[in-house]
Design a protein around this ligand. Structure first.
Ligand code: FES
Length: 107
């Protein structure tokens, strides 16, 4: 099993938008967008499945992120596309919080 990869400190993640983690750090095929919802942290692929917007620049509320370009919404928990124009779910990644730090634990 590969070692968990540190992505960020929880406190670095805004509560109303996301935090971009470059793929050179995460080792993932796409950059990651980290989000907070209450005490939970979620990691999604950064690129909106509708076009090329960065979900890390989106707007977070009620467990969802709204794409900043055409306002499609995605569930933070499972990446499900919840509204048009997006029809394809966005990939999610499993993260854990340890001592205030966010780690990517599987990909
Ligand atoms: S690029 Fe995200 S909804 Fe169009």
């Amino acid at each position: 099993m590969t070692e968990p990869i540190r992505l960020a400190a929880v406190d670095d993640i805004p509560t109303d938008t996301g935090l971009l983690v470059d793929s050179s750090v995460s080792g993932t095929s796409d950059d990651l967008a980290l989000f907070r919802d209450g005490d939970e942290v979620f990691a999604l692929d950064d690129t909106c499945t509708h076009s090329l917007a960065s979900l890390a620049e989106g707007f977070v509320s009620d467990g969802k992120v709204e794409c900043p370009l055409h306002a499609a919404e995605f569930c933070l928990r499972d990446g499900k596309a919840l509204s048009l124009p997006a029809t394809i779910d966005v990939a999610t990644h499993k993260v854990e919080v340890r001592d205030g730090e966010v780690f990517l634990v599987e990909d």
